[in-house]
Design a protein around this ligand. Structure first.
Ligand SMILES: [Mn+2]
Length: 315
């Protein structure tokens, strides 16, 4: 594992384009940490682009500099001198932008315990969010926090902590939030725009999930599956199911929640959350996924029934 000095030294050495990337279906932490780092390195005079396979979700468009996000174009000849990947536990998680890793120097900055250390330099620390890692990095390097950077980082923080409700929140997380407020981050605006800003298909699918939720009395698992046909029927985007897995866990008898979404015919994305002791990072790993003890994800080509059976067996 490398340290922040290794990383800033490499960044300062680079002459030419730096491309920052992150995982597919980017969430608030992927966008927040990546955008904050993009802005910070631009302020150091670097040529930086923030390139993702998928565009940002609509509930994050309030961020002042969100237009810096570029969607990867397979026809373009990218020639970065350095690629920095944030919030992605594996190289595969970045999707098509993995092409950028080829023949290029890669720095991997993340907070997932399951990170495979795929970079030429790796900094992985299991704290609340990659945004908190980037915050520590910027402080360490004495890079100034501008308002734009602060709001991007705050968004990542509320995304990965469930607005400071998960147990990945520490004294340091609150100190960071306090510092971001001092710089001027509008926390109430961020939470309102980010969480209470769902389009109709998302509201309908949430209602459907709550109504149709399955519950295994024995293992205390609350689960729900949304098929590809459901997504089409409700005219929903993948991002419209964001948050359902947490809402399933709101059931007082549930210890673990499992949300399955068929992203394209035959391919299911699974998300899991755990209330207490059950390690869902371990469960996700049987499908080749991972994440954290209390929040994890995976992708599988098994059927929803088969996945549910395997999860119950593993619990
Ligand atoms: Mn994250």
């Amino acid at each position: 594992m490398n340290n922040f000095n290794d990383i800033i030294d490499k960044i300062k050495q680079v002459n030419g384009d730096i491309i920052i990337t992150s995982h597919v279906n980017p969430d608030g932490d992927a966008i927040g940490s990546g955008l904050a780092l993009t802005l910070a390195l631009k302020n150091l005079g670097k040529n930086v682009r923030f390139v993702l396979q998928d565009n940002y979700p609509s509930n994050i468009k309030f961020l002042e500099k969100i237009d810096l996000v570029e969607v990867y174009n397979a026809d373009e000849n990218y020639t970065p001198k350095l690629v920095i990947c944030v919030d992605s536990a594996t190289a595969e998680r970045v999707g098509e932008t993995k092409m950028l890793f080829k023949d290029n120097f890669v720095i991997n900055i993340d907070h997932h315990i399951s990170n495979t250390l795929y970079g030429d330099l790796n900094y992985v620390e299991e704290i609340s969010s990659t945004s908190e890692v980037i915050y520590k990095f910027l402080k360490h390097c004495n890079i100034a926090l501008t308002l734009d950077i602060a709001e991007a980082l705050y968004t990542g923080l509320v995304n990965d902590t469930g607005n400071f409700s998960h147990d990945n929140v520490t004294y340091h997380t609150f100190k960071m939030a306090s510092e971001l407020k001092r710089v001027g981050a509008n926390s109430s605006k961020i939470v309102r725009e980010f969480f209470n800003n769902k389009p109709l298909p998302a509201i309908k699918l949430l209602g459907k999930a709550m109504f149709e939720m399955k519950f295994d009395e024995d293992k205390k698992l609350a689960s729900h599956f949304i098929s590809y046909a459901d997504l089409l029927e409700y005219n929903a985007k993948k991002e419209d199911t964001e948050g359902i897995v947490e809402k399933l866990l709101a059931f007082n008898e549930a210890e673990v929640s499992l949300f399955l979404r068929e992203d394209k015919p035959g391919v299911i994305k699974g998300s899991m959350r755990s209330k207490h002791e059950v390690d869902v990072n371990k469960i996700a790993s049987i499908f080749g996924g991972g994440g954290h003890r209390k929040a994890s994800g995976f992708t599988s080509t098994l059927s929803a029934d088969e996945i549910l059976k395997l999860v119950l067996k593993e619990m």
